[in-house]
Design a protein around this ligand. Structure first.
Ligand code: MG
Length: 202
């Protein structure tokens, strides 16, 4: 399986990182070895002094698909969850400055935390709200309706380049409020007020 991550999908997050506004979805990959499951602890790696959380809605692909038209994209997932796209912001910044790929800042072990999946037919997809608590304080809060590129647009766009396979995960982008984690922090993500992910930072 592969993990596809969308960057720059919320206007206020683009502003907070001074990133350019995208004409099309910006995406990158994480390997399967990046997955952090079952509420396991996240250990801050020794190569970074600035690991950030990025809470994102995650889609699980349930059908093989290539060149998927936007109007059919909704048929390619039926479960969603929340994930945290852990990012070594200090290393990412250096990569950006040098025009290098981002992988070492984004694809390291445990950088793709994933929560419990829930069926999506119980929700109105475009109206999903989600928020992240860091130590019981709200640090990120958004609605899927605020995304620049919808789930369907993302699936359609990515599948023009890469065949989507059953079990692939798509992290659909983070809203504003990203920030640094410290040892002892607790991160808890809610989708429509349902707790789906909880991670302790070690
Ligand atoms: Mg992200």
């Amino acid at each position: 399986m592969k993990i596809i991550c969308i960057g720059r999908n919320f206007k206020n997050h683009i502003k907070e990182l001074n990133s350019p506004y995208p004409d099309n979805p910006v995406f990158f990959l994480k390997p399967e070895s990046a997955l952090l499951r079952n509420g396991n602890d996240f250990y801050i790696p020794d190569f970074s002094n600035d690991i950030h959380y990025e809470l994102e809605v995650v889609l699980k692909i349930n059908r093989l698909g290539k060149h998927i038209q936007e109007k059919f994209a909704r048929d390619y997932y039926d479960e969603v969850s929340l994930g945290i796209d852990f990012t070594a912001r200090d290393i990412q910044q250096k990569c950006k400055e040098k025009g290098l790929p981002w992988e070492i800042s984004k694809a390291f072990d445990s950088s793709a935390a994933i929560g419990d999946f829930i069926p999506v037919d119980k929700l109105e997809v475009g109206k999903i709200n989600f928020h992240l608590l860091k130590n019981n304080e709200v640090v990120q809060k958004a609605s899927v309706s605020e995304m620049i590129f919808s789930f369907d647009k993302i699936i359609s766009y990515v599948s023009q380049y890469m065949t989507l396979k059953i079990g692939d995960l798509i992290y659909t982008g983070t809203p504003e409020g990203v920030g640094k984690v410290e040892i002892g922090d607790n991160l808890t993500g809610f989708l429509n007020d349902k707790e789906l992910i909880k991670i302790s930072i070690k």
